[in-house]
Design a protein around this ligand. Sequence first.
Ligand code: PEP
Length: 253
Amino acid sequence: MRKKMVAGNWKMNLNLQDGVALATNVKDSLANDKPHCDVVVCTPFIHLASVAEVLKGSVVGLGAENCADKEKGAYTGEVSAEMVKSTGAQYVILGHSERRQYYGETAEILKEKVLLALKHGLKVIFCCGETLEEREDNRQNAVVKAELEGSVFNLSAEEWKNIVLAYEPIWAIGTGKTATSDQAEEMLAYIRSIVAEKYGQAAAEDTTILYGGSCNASNAGELFAKPNIDGGLIGGASLKPVDFKAIIDAWKK
Ligand code: PEP
């Protein structure tokens, strides 16, 4: 049975003290109320080591929001996958549309990042999704397929076990405009079908696929009720502990 998951993406929000306070809040809210899914918070690099301390012994996993496409060396300002792993983090988000859009991350660059993250023992939450224009042209399936083919479909079956996919239509990220549960389900079913073509039906059934894009406390229940939606990658709402907990609790219904 594939894992259900709710993962928070804090993006470039919260100073260190506020990040530690939020992580403490998330941990405490789940201490006596076990979640029915995996819960992960993905934080800026500088928060990782401190948040890892906070989360020690709790059910909450930890991830970074990015890592370098190089192993190590003279790459000023970069943070390697090995460094991320050494903080105690278990996950890294790669392929987020904000990284592709604002930082020019291509399929090739992301392919390198994914390989390095896996090599250093991180699980990858790999994001894909189309722009509004691409959806209006009905090209969303081709776009998502190309993103997966370009950066993760080169992986071996063994490596694939450490991949979580997140479908995040760009037009729904931070816009308050969620994909309908039918639109999200249709895309996730399509993604599962192409994973099946590549890695076989059993591997596809075991692959956790998340929806992301303005997922919140009021729409999570309807989204998670769909058979192919295994949870959410949550941006804005993951900064509000009550809302994040309510999304996690959507798995209890
Ligand atoms: C995201 O950026 O991964 C995301 C889903 O953001 P939001 O929930 O704010 O739309």
